[in-house]
Design a protein around this ligand. Structure first.
Ligand SMILES: [Zn+2]
Length: 244
């Protein structure tokens, strides 16, 4: 009896000293499969999506779109849903950039969860997929964000190269950023771009693809540059909701 009581107390103390550890999502900043380059496009779906997809397809490469629910346009809008379906059907990876492009590190845990859930639900209903990757807006996250990401089964993706298109860098300078990157020839590349600038679609992307392919990189999705699956599940699309 004595030893059993002692054990009970010891376990209680141990539990107190080591409370159940919250799951925390992995933060990934670089590709891991050698010689891969993953081009990523944030902030859509938006009107340059189709042109970007055509440019990628013409070169036989795949890329990744981190999309919002309500940023430039509402994800349930006809044009936005169509852009998503087009990119997805052509084998490009769709991932979450959360709902309204808020700085998640400034939000409560419940608010973070709702930013995740909105896009997850939308992609499930529009495409029938549960996405396995999320990129927090501005690359900004907190411990809460990592816990919510883990609860949603998602890896957190940052980047190791920024074309600068989202922060006012001119197309010419974005191109020269790619030139410098290729000249330094890193083992892998995880490149941040935005699908919401026409010059990214018309000028920077064709140049980046040419430079990267000439340098011998294999241009693949984020999932493929990590050797992971892009989706937690793939099923049938449902009925579309509406943005308020
Ligand atoms: Zn963004």
């Amino acid at each position: 009896m004595l030893s059993s009581a002692f054990l009970t107390i010891a376990l209680a103390v141990a539990a107190f000293a080591h409370p159940a550890r919250q799951l925390s999502a992995k933060v990934i900043t670089s590709c891991s499969v050698p010689n891969t380059a993953a081009l990523t496009f944030d902030d859509g779906p938006w009107k340059y999506s189709e042109q970007i997809v055509d440019t990628l397809d013409a070169r036989g490469i795949k890329a990744t779109f981190f999309v919002n629910g309500d940023n430039y346009g509402c994800i349930y809008g006809d044009a936005q849903a169509q852009a998503l379906k087009n990119a997805y059907s052509k084998g490009h990876q769709i991932a979450s950039h959360t709902w309204a492009h808020k700085d998640l590190a400034t939000l409560s845990r419940d608010e973070v969860d709702s930013e995740f859930t909105g896009v997850d639900k939308a992609l499930e209903s529009i495409l029938g997929v549960k996405v396995a990757f999320v990129r927090p807006p501005f690359g900004s996250y907190s411990a809460d964000v990592l816990q919510v990401a883990a609860e949603h089964g998602q890896n957190v993706i940052i980047w190791d190269f920024d074309s600068g298109d989202g922060s006012g860098v001119s197309p010419a300078r974005s191109k020269s950023r790619y030139d410098k990157l290729v000249a330094s020839h890193p083992n892998t590349i995880l490149a941040l771009n935005h699908e919401t600038y026409v010059t990214t679609a018309t000028t920077v992307l064709p140049h980046a693809i040419e430079e990267l392919q000439d340098a011998g990189y294999e241009l693949v999705t984020v999932a493929d540059c990590l050797g992971l699956s892009p989706y937690l599940s793939v099923g049938n699309a449902g009925t579309n909701d509406v943005c308020l």
